[in-house]
Ligand binder design. Sequence first.
Ligand code: VGL
Ligand code: ZN
Length: 212
Amino acid sequence: MQALVIIDVQNDFCPGGKLAVPNGNEVVKPVNSLSPYFPVVIQTQDWHPLDHTSFATNHAEKEPYETIELDYGTQVLWPNHCVIGSRGADFHSELDTTHTHLIIRKGYRTSIDSYSAFYENDQKTSTGLKGYLQEMDVDTVFLAGLATDFCVKWTALDAIKEGFEVYVIEDAVKGIDLNGSVKEAIKEMMVSGIKFTNSSKVKDFFQSLYGV
Ligand code: VGL
Ligand code: ZN
């Protein structure tokens, strides 16, 4: 069984948002065109308290995009974004959420960030997604959303580590790109066995499966 996991398609990651991904809004169309076909649809929602450790404003003399060392490793500091309950944390208004079965919120613990939909950045604290997918008999995970070089990449790497077959839908993801991080992310995903596809191929697959 196939699951579509739609990562962080939220206002703050779209043009005009607090941590805008260039052309981030362009993922909405391909995602909307695919979500009706999938037997399991999951969305993630970045969801931070104002005192979150990933916010540069919570570290004296630090600017966004600088890094700090935390117990669990290097953490990039971000502009305040996806604050719990804010408009920036809402899903993009044109994203069709009617097919979504489960929404996983992540990053709500003050002292730990969470890029991946499976594990927080300590790579130990579970979101519960693996168990949900197993209970639903999912063996193949298709990834879409934002951002290619952070939350999509970390989710893809965890998914393959957990034994799922993983496809990134390349026209349905966009990256932040800090110092070539998109190129690096694609390389890392490819060498890990993650496959790349596009929304028209995925649509063709389901249409032949359902005979339409
Ligand atoms: C993300 C940086 C901080 C993402 C979330 O969705 O890729 N990136 N929080
Ligand atoms: Zn975040």
